[in-house]
Structures are given as structure tokens and as C-alpha cells.
Design a protein around this ligand. Sequence first.
Ligand SMILES: C[S@@+](CC[C@H](N)C(=O)[O-])C[C@H]1O[C@@H](n2cnc3c(N)ncnc32)[C@H](O)[C@@H]1O
Length: 451
Amino acid sequence: MKTVVKNEVYTGTVTDYTHEGMGVIKVDGYPVFIKDVLKDEKIQFKVIKANKNFGFGRNLNILEPSNNRVEPPCEYYYQCGGCQIQPLSYSEQLNFKKQTVDRNMNRQAKLDIETFDTVGMEAPHHYRNKSQIPVKRVNGKVQMGFYKPRSHDIVDIKTCYIQKDLHNQLMNKIRPYLDSVSIYDEATHKGLLRHLVIRSNHDNTEVQVGFITNGRKNQFQDIIQMLNKEFPEVVSIIQNINTKKTNVIYGDETIVLKGHAYITDELLGKKFKIRAKSFYQVNHSQTEKLYQKAIEAAGLTGTETIMDTYCGIGTIGQCAGDYAEKIIGIEVVESAVVDARENAELNGIHHAEYYLGKSEEVMKELVKKGIKPDVVFVDPPRKGCHEAFLDSLVEVQPEKIIYISCNPSTLQRDLKYLNKEGYQVSPVTPVDLFPHTNHTEAVVLLEWETT
Ligand SMILES: C[S@@+](CC[C@H](N)C(=O)[O-])C[C@H]1O[C@@H](n2cnc3c(N)ncnc32)[C@H](O)[C@@H]1O
């Protein structure tokens, strides 16, 4: 029931966080969501939107700050949409993520399971190994950085606190060269350069620079020369052509301008080639912790057939593969399957097979062919698993499923489904892959109930 009036000012105490990391203040039971305020803080706020069952407010004044409040370490935080929870101390960020997962498991899915503490990062900054930087020309001046929240206006950024330092250096080095490059304009769908993409391996020995362009013209020779001279670690330069009117960054065609089409990184002692369009986790050290948890949960003995569904470039299966008899991977992006097959070779793995297609379709076919995995790793995108995929899982009944998720809301939906069908859910471990953002990763073991 609405108990507030738009544009009126109220005073209240934050009692909770939303799953997006906003503070919640209840006014006579009516929840108002407010950005950049912390649990237990007393604030003065203005109501900016009042829907029937909930509203939004703007913080005007913090009357009693929380001990967990910190000054956002990034000078662009209040303009940029890249991070959402920088005013929370890092320990409070980890608490917030644990709470988000726990609510989903227990309040939403009613699974009645424990949520462990979030596995945090030792130095939670400059971790992103992939930067997709939109480029614009405004009043004759090139802007590059990240979008403002819910907009395509760019915050012109010199240093991003979460992307790797080397990416900041490259971005600033390339910036003046763009004065003489044709820049894409979304409104007219004219101009060449849409995004600059930078991706690097964990020790910065291999870096890929990518130009995403509206057309095939190459106006990047001067930049390539400069990179050759000043950044020998840039071992791959690519141009990806995207001529569509779309928010999707990559187009279908990729041209190699220097070196290989890929860079190579290492995870848990295995090597991985990564092509521009293939998925690869953005936080190297935390990914190793996540995979270690997943592999531990699998409890492999060396005799198992493991399935790596939504496998990307084959990372989880190959990291677990030393302890398995056979690896079967499924992935929908073609370049990632190419990478996965090459990576198996690179790692001397001869007991892996990769299938190109949707997990929900390929899994069904494999089940029909009588393939029976003992352990299935499930690592879908944010939208979670298709019901047809979950049905195939239930049909084939692997002893263990290890579900890795980047979205607690679809995780709880899928776990609830599998639990109803007979899988017992173990405690969940959140792992912080995305410090300072409201994104939450989690890993959980499910076991087939034999009784
Ligand atoms: C969260 S990523 C995980 C990738 C990999 N397991 C890793 O750890 O790097 C999800 C992957 O699922 C792929 N994908 C998305 N929808 C899919 C589907 N329906 N079937 C198979 N793969 C899919 C994406 O291309 C992406 O590589």
C-alpha cells in the first residue's frame, strides 16, 4: 500500500539491501529503494518515484552513517554505470552477496540450505582482464570510457578502478590517435569505430587489442605501429566487423591485423587459447578459486565421465580432466568450440569431445545415444538453464551436478526444479568474481538421492 508522496522528503533507517545493492527503507511498511546507502544508516531522502507496491528515493543527507561506509575509490563512481556498490566496504560487499544468495536459496526456493561466506579477493581492484570500451565523438572530441547507468552517454574515463592497469594505459595511449579515425555515431549509423576491446592474460604477457567497426575500412595503421613499438605484449590485434544497428558488440566477421586471432592464458596449470568472441571469466585469480571449489565438489576418482555443459573454451572440464576418464563439452558459440578443441590438444588431453550447439538440444541427443555422465558441470549464462536441459539431466541422472551460476535468481529457480525431481542440494558457496559491482557468482553441488 502506497504510504509516500512523490517529491516529498522523508527520514528513515535503511533496514535491508535489494538484490541490486540498493538500500531499502520501509515507510509504514511501504518499501522505498535508494542507491548508495548502507544498512543501518539513518538518512533523509526524497521520493522520486512511487509505484503501487514500492518506490524509489534519492539520498539527500546521511544523518547517521554506517561504520561500513567508505569513500568510493573511483572518482567516476557517481557518474559511471560500471560499478554499483563502491560505498560499501569490501567486507560489507561480501556480506551483501552472501545475503543475496541466501535469500534466493531459502526465501525464494525454500531449499533450507546453508550459504557459506562469500570467497573474497585479496586485492579487489584492477582485476578485469577484458575491457569493452565504447567510443564516441561529442562536439569534435573523442570520448572513451563506460556508459552512464541506463544510457548510452559515455563517462570519459582516464582510469577505471576495476579494469587492469595495463588496460588503462593502453586506453590512454590509443585515445589521441582516435582524433584521426572515423568514429561511429549510433544516431546516424555512420562512422567506423564502435568499440575498443582489450583483453589480457593473467601476467600481462599476452594482450589482444580489438577494433569493433561498422565496416571493413582499416584506419588503425598508426595505432598498430605505436603498439608494436611501445607494447610488445600486444600479440594479437583484430578487427571485428559489426554493421548492424544493435547493442550487441561483436559482429560475425573477425580479421586478424597482427599476430594470432587469440591470446593464451593459464588456469590451474592448464593453457587456454581465447579468441575474441569466446567467453572467458574476467577475474583470473577468483576464477581459479571458483573452479577449485567446483572440482573439489565433484570428488572425482579418475573413472568418471564428466560433462562440461555451457563449456565456453573448455576451461572447467579441462581443469578437472586429470581426474576423469572422459570429458564431454557442449557450447553454442562456434569460436569457443574451436578454442576448446585446440585447448584440449594444447593441454595434451586426448579424452575430450566437444559438441557445438545448445546444451538443451545436444544433451537430449547425447542421452538418446546412451551417453551417461557421472558428473555434470553446469555453467549457464545469466538466464539460467532451459527446462528441456534440466529434463535431460533428470533423465540421465548423473550422480553429481555442479552448478556454477552468475545469477542467484535463475540459480534458485533451477535448483528448485532439480530438487523437486530428486536432487539433494548442498550448501552454496558465493565467490566474488566482480568486486564493486552487484554481480554475484556461486557454486553448488547437487547429488542424486538414492533412497
Ligand atoms: C557463463 S559462461 C561459462 C563458460 C565456461 N564454463 C567458463 O567457465 O568460462 C556461459 C557459456 O554458455 C554459452 N551458452 C549460452 N547459451 C548456451 C546454450 N543454450 N547452450 C550451450 N552453451 C550456451 C555461452 O556462449 C558461454 O560460453
